[in-house]
Design a protein around this ligand. Structure first.
Ligand SMILES: Nc1ncnc2c1ncn2[C@@H]1O[C@H](COP(=O)(O)OP(=O)(O)O)[C@@H](O)[C@H]1O
Ligand SMILES: [Mg+2]
Length: 356
């Protein structure tokens, strides 16, 4: 700070010089050159400004605020400091180009096999992002075994208008599922091309509106649905869900490798159902071995299942539980990885400037 010549007055220049020593921990550049400092106002040496984030679900808010306050506190004569927040999620430009939809990003949730908690992770991720203020859609791409409606607690969609489907809405999230389009108890038998068409329709013939994040819940395995999705939708990144046992991690690895082969970036691995019963550790090990981010572990908790069965996912029904906290932590990590991934995509580490 010694280079700042300051003769008592708090000016724009000294404030910006101080804030330009604060580093955005994910992007490794300072807040000023990233154009993250907005609406700077100085009155009687009291400073108010907004930090513009790349996601409302930023995991590093606390650190950035602390560092900003510490940098400003070094200025002699500084008065009260007020930090406000706003956000602007960066845009994966490929989505509008290829699909004509105004989604800023898309997140696929995958694993090698069923029953590991993909749908559970998908609904809680979507709701947690919406709770932070993001505009979120959830696509149930498990055409053969759709269970997002049950988990979200809404069994049908609004009537079709202008030959477009309107997504159902619950817990602040818009969602659509093949479950809305088939009769109950009727087994779904689809061939590959039909599956392709169905997933495409649920993307294109739905009035989604503008979204910051579209979360896509995939069926188990490494089959047609994964392939179709990567063909019809530019996937910003994928989350791999695994259980804590080593055998489960082997399945999850197949899911991970499939997306890597499809050139979909891996946002990270989440371990679900951790605890005494299934153990713990396979998720972190898998992430380390594959050189991808570890998004944390979600404990095995009966309330997670009850929440899913009853249409009130645990981030809504028991927001203070360890499982809900783990899921919210995961959601923030995912949001941060999406921002970093899009920044890297453009070969441009200034997502905020990019979107003005
Ligand atoms: N952390 C957890 N603790 C307890 N039950 C869970 C947990 N995660 C998922 N479940 C339950 O396990 C079952 C399978 O989860 P689901 O999300 O449907 O898996 P998938 O979509 O991978 O097939 C569901 O009944 C769900 O409620
Ligand atoms: Mg599922």
């Amino acid at each position: 700070m010694s280079e700042i010549k300051q003769n008592g007055a708090i000016t724009r220049e000294v404030v910006l010089a101080a804030l330009s020593t604060v580093i955005e921990p994910e992007l490794h550049r300072d807040l000023v050159s990233l154009n993250m400092i907005r609406n700077l106002e100085i009155e009687n040496n009291e400073v108010t400004f907004t930090i513009m984030l790349t996601t409302p679900a930023c995991p590093l808010r606390g650190k950035m605020e602390q560092d900003s306050r510490a940098a400003l506190a070094k200025l002699p004569g500084i008065g009260k400091i007020t930090v406000k927040w706003d956000s602007n999620v960066p845009t994966d430009q490929r989505i509008m180009k290829q699909l004509g939809k105004n989604f800023r990003s898309t997140i696929a949730v995958t694993s090698g096999k069923g029953g590991v908690g993909k749908s559970t992770v998908s609904v809680n991720l979507a709701i947690a992002l919406a709770q932070e203020g993001a505009r979120v859609g959830l696509l149930d791409a498990d055409i053969l075994g759709p269970n997002i409606p049950m988990m979200m607690g809404v069994g049908k969609m609004p009537p079709i208008q202008d030959r477009k489907m309107t997504p159902a809405e619950a817990h602040g999230v818009k969602f659509i599922s093949m479950d809305f389009l088939v009769k109950p108890d009727q087994p779904l038998i689809w061939r590959g091309p039909m599956l392709h068409g169905a997933i495409q329709q649920l993307l294109t013939d739905v009035a989604w509106g503008d979204l910051d994040y579209l979360v896509v819940d995939l069926p188990p395995g490494t089959g047609d649905a994964q392939l179709t999705l990567a063909q019809v939708l530019p996937v910003t990144g994928a989350i791999v869900v695994t259980q804590p046992m080593q055998v489960a991690a082997a399945d999850a690895l197949r899911g991970l490798i499939m997306f890597e082969k499809l050139d979909v970036p891996i946002l990270g691995v989440v371990e679900n159902m951790s605890g005494d019963f299934f153990g713990t550790g396979a998720g972190e090990k898998l992430a380390a071995e594959q050189g991808v981010h570890y998004l944390g572990s979600v404990p095995l908790d009966a309330n997670v299942r009850i929440g899913g069965d009853s249409g009130a996912p645990i981030v809504v029904s028991h927001p203070d539980s360890a499982a809900a906290m783990a899921l919210r932590h995961m959601a923030r990590e995912v949001a941060a990885r999406v921002s970093v991934t899009i920044a890297g995509q453009q070969n441009n580490f200034i997502p905020i400037e990019m979107i003005g």
